[in-house]
Design a protein around this ligand. Structure first.
Ligand code: SIN
Length: 276
């Protein structure tokens, strides 16, 4: 008999802790269905005590789609596993992965649907990840503002973030080109049909079809709005915790408050669709 699975919300708007699942073994159809539905309902799922090998981690990710290869894997990759992103910070770090609000690799033409991060080394305190519900951010806007934003697109460019990080790591290659694509400011989630704000501080550079000053003002307003604490939950990691988030309707922010302590883990990322 399968152990009882429990799904306990972290806040009413975002996040749930899932117990009773061992992600190292193949999930039954019933278990997979529960995880899929829980992700749609809670947007980010947390699991504890998951001592996964790289192969088990990748196999869990593949249950939800094809795995994505990160455009900056030369800085954060591991030998023989192009689908793994090594998230690592320590005394030598001058920046860390995801150190501001973002949706993973939103600069891609088809940004990732989801990401699954497992940490195998955590600092004695700090290093939480904050997650924010972008349906709630959209729904909290007035109807005229929603209507205005629904006609806009924005440029998401990986260059500024990835080039800065490559320079700091001493591996900057001037000829390397990072993805840059235009996406709607409000996207419709392909599975739930709900509208979510789709702009973020790491990748979104400008709003298309307005002046530079207007673009700056719109983005400044949206960047302040998406960071409202009532849209958020905060995850306290333990060794072998796993977080699985939906990049289509959430943003996240890795809190780097533990320098010079070490925090590291592996992330697999699942391919997604072109935002509409
Ligand atoms: C990331 O995948 O953006 C990093 C998240 C984290 O380290 O908590």
């Amino acid at each position: 008999m399968e152990p009882a699975i429990s799904i306990v919300p972290v806040t009413p708007l975002i996040g749930a802790e899932v117990t009773g699942l061992d992600l190292a073994r193949p999930l039954s159809d019933n278990e997979l269905g529960l995880v899929r539905q829980a992700l749609l309902d809670h947007l980010v799922l947390f699991f504890r005590g998951q001592d996964l090998t790289i192969e088990q981690h990748k196999a869990f990710g593949r249950l939800f789609g094809e795995l994505h290869i990160h455009p900056a894997r030369d800085r954060n990759g591991i030998e023989g596993h192009p689908e793994i992103l090594h998230v690592k910070a320590g005394p030598e770090s001058t920046r860390v992965n995801g150190d501001d609000w973002h949706s993973d690799v939103s600069c891609d033409a088809e940004p990732p649907m989801g990401s699954i991060l497992r940490l195998f080394e955590v600092p004695p305190s700090g290093g939480d990840t904050l997650f924010a519900n972008m349906y709630a951010a959209h729904d909290a806007l007035s109807a005229p503002m929603q209507a205005f934003l629904s006609g806009l697109t924005a440029v998401h460019d990986g260059g500024p973030n990835y080039i800065d990080r490559a320079r700091r790591a001493g591996i900057y290659k001037p000829d390397k080109v990072f993805p840059a694509h235009e996406h709607p400011v409000v996207r419709t989630h392909p599975e739930t049909g709900r509208k979510a704000l789709f702009v973020n501080r790491i990748f979104t550079q400008s709003i298309v079809g307005v002046t530079r000053e207007e673009s700056r003002a719109i983005l400044d307003f949206l960047f302040q709005h998406i960071a409202r604490p009532d849209f958020q939950c905060r995850f306290r990691w333990e060794k072998d915790s796993v977080a699985f988030w939906d990049n289509r309707c959430t943003l996240h922010h890795a809190m780097w408050d533990y320098y010079p302590e070490v925090r590291q883990g592996y992330r697999v990322t699942i391919k997604g669709d072109r935002p509409v």
